[in-house]
Design a protein around this ligand. Sequence first.
Ligand code: MOS
Length: 760
Amino acid sequence: MSAPTHRDSAPDARLHAPDARAATPIPRVDAYEKVTGAARYSADRTPPGLAHAMLAVATVGRGRVTHVETAAARAVAGVLLVLTRFEEHELRPAGYRLSGGYGFQTLQPLLDDRIAYRGQPIALVVAETLVAATEAAALVEARYAAEPVAVTLDAPGAETVGQAAALPQPMFADTAVGDADAAFARSPVRFDGEFGISAQHQVPMELLGTVAEWRGDDLVVHECTQNSGAVQHGLARQLGIDPARVRVVSPQVGGGFGQKTWLQSHVGPLAVAARRLGRPVKLVVPRTQTFHGSTFRPASRHRIRLGADRSGRLTAAVHETRQQTSRHDLFASDFTSVTARMYGIADFRGHQRLTRTDVQTPGFMRAPFEHAAVFALESAVDEIACATGRDPVALRLANDTGTDPVTGRPFSSRHLAACLRRGAERFGWAARTPRPGSMRAADGALVGWGVAAGAYRASAGPAVARLRLAADGGIAVEASGHEMGQGLRTAVARTVALDLGIAAESVRVGVGDTGGVPQHLTAGSWGTATALPAVHAALRELRVRLGAPDEGPVDTVAAAAELAAAGRPEAVVEALSLPPGQSAQAADRLRAGLPTPAGPEYPGFSAFSFIAHFVEVRVEPAIGRVRVERVVSVVDCGRVASPVTAAGQIRGGVVWGIGAALRERSEPDPRFGGFLNADLAEYVVPVNADVRRIDVDFIDAPDPLVNALGVKGCGEVALVGVAPAIANAIHHATGRRHRSLPIRVEDVLAREDGMIANSW
Ligand code: MOS
């Protein structure tokens, strides 16, 4: 099949014309399926003969397994297999994603006796029922030669390295421009402070779940993943088989948030167990095990030095960071590429370090670096506003820039000032009295109003879309991308419907299935900006195939009937799209399940999404409880591809920000390793009662350069800046600055001179 390549450098002028229809929202296309339970998630699959698996995991944080006693487990009625060690010929490591591999870490459990973190699998049990598997796994007993663990940034034995020196590749280098230290020393107004965030875990509603099923020599894996291509190719590498023999199916993911971006370490063992038994096997990883068996947001610290002149114009910034990683992998950080771009700061120096600790390898979690980095920067900017007597909104507007200070090239689009102005208007910011503690609610609560901005790189990857005109005139779409609730399916359906002038209900969208078009990692807020250009290009091909004009409505029902009447084959078209600057090599990587995101630096421009958050908190003076009363968030994510789901993404990001700012902390266990509060009872996230009014608005101005549709991402930028807006609001309410997250009641109540120790 011909697959013309479309380059997304030329904007499609028609899409930029004012068009009422283009602004019309449609409901989430899979909402009905989801709320009625008809949507099939990976663990919903129940092929005939299904057996059930459970993992037994290490109870020490480091050392060696000296003996695993499995007799009691094997004696449980219904137990089929107890596997404690795989041979290298049947299960090879998948490799670490940062070294050209497919796994979330280098370490593949169950290949040797080494224990690198608490919760590492030591046995895989398969039984006729889940109850039997669970009972048997609990009866697996191991003896260990345990070694001392270091699980926090300051623990003895934790080892710190400079990132750029340890990982000498341009993408891991420190961002630096000008002479920031000299410019800082010269600045008449200076801020110098250290910030920190604790480790946190994603707790998506859908647990990690896998069903592995062999059909002859072919392996079908139903897996909740944001990266079915990597799971396909990683499994092929692990099992030593042709990737064409592996199909990974992931049509619905119940929340990803970065946890489901790479091959999980239980999937290979499960596939081997299924082959040995000649039966399909299912594993749903219990919540507590997901805290140790998959990635998380590592703890990090940030020293920010920020210089300004007396009017509040920012002149210099130095951002030094330290991020937790595992003992066995360097999970690279990228904190400074966003802090260097938030404002027009001429002199910037970043320096990033990594600290090895005895944990599973951490990874991406929503706005993986931007959340923490911008918490630090936007808290510091607020301090500069106070120090110079400038209004925090006015100060940010005064430091806006149209030019990327790192490259000297323009931003493709940057409407941060419009976000700030519109947000201030909607929020009623003008009524704010600047003095901390000067605003009170009728019930006596301290009222605080805070603002912060955010940015997130506008990335995109290569993608393929295939369109089929069905006999009834509907359109079946297969596209590179994964639906994890963010609304990709809706954005694709709406794009096709608007283009052809048909109802969205006539568009069926298949994503996340390697049995269709090649699948690229969906993460980094690039899902929509990756899939839609391919869909747009395929629509052009479809119009050519049907002899339809290049724009305007198409009578697809008539076109399908005509094809049928003429006895011609059904119309199937396919197109590959590449982001600006990418070569055909990117398409090869796409087909090999390797990530190939472009951005934020493109030939001739840099691209970011932007956001401004305005927050009102209420602080009860007697008990220190903070409530987030209302939030106004205004977003520049280019053209909004799907208004309903995009607004949902922003609200979700704000809720997440409330959790990140006030609730969530994974408590490391310094004695035995692992995390102590590894379930939803003790890992505290916001509940409905914590979430009050969230008002979302979009600038909705198409980006003229990133792709033909003018779309930038919104899922991650949603979170960026929420935490500092809340912290700045708390300062406005109480006069207290909080520089570590989460900010809890005890922190708000603690006196300046008697800080309650924080364990991050
Ligand atoms: Mo996202 S944290 O890149 O899935």
